[in-house]
Design a binder for this molecule. Structure first.
Ligand code: HEC
Ligand code: HEC
Length: 253
């Protein structure tokens, strides 16, 4: 009896000690994340990645100092994160390996494992020419950091090298009808994205032209516009958003 009580109390003490140790660790882990990082919005970060120039009302006709001479874009668009690092976050390793947006600049996908402080300084001036802190508020930089760490997706698992989306159109259809039809119509052609071309350039057209960009917009909404983020506002999974993109690609005339 006495012995088993001792054993029990020994076990209980161990339990309490382990508990303290675990709680201690958990607190340490959360303490590592800076407060402004915890307060930041991934959705805002994703919108800034899309077009911080528009959101911060930044204007220039100069090229960004890091934009390479081999690049074919010019002016304000060369300041956007996606112009250098890609809608698939893979830079020259991804969609930007060829075509009119190609450069010799790498992606940001691997940087998602960096600490928040390291990413903050990458965006805010560790390298002078990559210093966006003159144009962005601190909270915007934290939002970008949070998007880079928590909002990116391995786009190679969502879209193949022939631009085909890899989800299920069947699963995407009801999601599209619930979330997109009211603005884009059943056939995806209510809005014409390129009026210069003949016919209607709707969601089907856009999702083949640049599926990487469409996926970023489906996931996070449009920078500075009312359209909702399927991840942040509708709480969809990554898989759901890929199914929607896959269904969009069936909406071609
Ligand atoms: C004009 C081109 C250009 C623009 C615009 C640009 N970057 Fe970069 N970025 C670079 C270059 C060049 C590097 C250095 C490494 C390389 O070539 O990939 C870099 C590196 C990075 C890295 C580190 C990548 C790694 O793996 O270590 C991050 C993170 C990053 N940029 C985020 C951003 C964000 C966020 C924005 C938008 C606010 C942005 N960049 C806009 C050119 C650009
Ligand atoms: C509240 C209205 C609204 C909703 C809901 C909405 N969109 Fe949009 N969408 C827009 C507007 C506005 C544009 C921008 C049109 C423009 O710039 O001419 C747009 C643009 C797009 C584009 C082109 C983006 C680009 O720049 O390449 C795609 C693709 C798209 N939407 C797909 C979707 C899908 C899929 C859904 C549902 C998950 C959806 N949208 C929900 C209003 C909406």
């Amino acid at each position: 009896m006495a012995r088993s009580w001792v054993m029990l109390s020994f076990a209980a003490t161990c339990g309490v000690l382990m508990c303290i140790a675990t709680t201690g660790n958990a607190q340490d882990n959360t303490r590592e994340l800076p407060e402004p990082y915890k307060a930041a919005s991934i959705k805002t970060g994703a919108a800034l990645y899309d077009n911080w120039c528009k959101l911060s009302k930044f204007e220039t006709s100069d090229n960004h100092p890091l934009y390479p001479a081999i690049g074919r874009q010019s002016g304000i668009s060369t300041w956007r994160c996606n112009e250098c690092h890609g809608w698939d976050y893979l830079g020259k390793e991804g969609h930007h390996r060829k075509g009119s947006h190609s450069t010799n600049i790498g992606g940001v996908y691997n940087a998602r494992t960096n600490t928040p402080d390291k990413l903050y300084s990458t965006i805010a001036g560790a390298e002078k020419e990559h210093d966006f802190s003159k144009h962005l508020k601190k909270e915007d930089i934290w939002a970008l950091v949070k998007f880079l760490r928590e909002g990116q997706l391995d786009v190679t698992k969502a879209i193949d090298s022939n631009m085909k989306a890899l989800g299920s159109a069947k699963k995407g259809k009801p999601l599209y009808e619930a979330q997109c039809t009211k603005c884009h119509g059943d056939d995806g052609n209510r809005r014409d994205f390129d009026k210069k071309l003949k016919g209607k350039q709707g969601v089907g057209w856009a999702s083949w032209k640049n599926p990487q960009r469409s996926l970023h917009k489906i996931r996070w909404g449009l920078a500075g516009r009312s359209s909702p983020s399927m991840i942040a506002d509708k709480k969809m999974t990554d898989g759901d958003t890929i199914h929607i993109l896959t269904y969009c690609q069936t909406l071609t005339e």
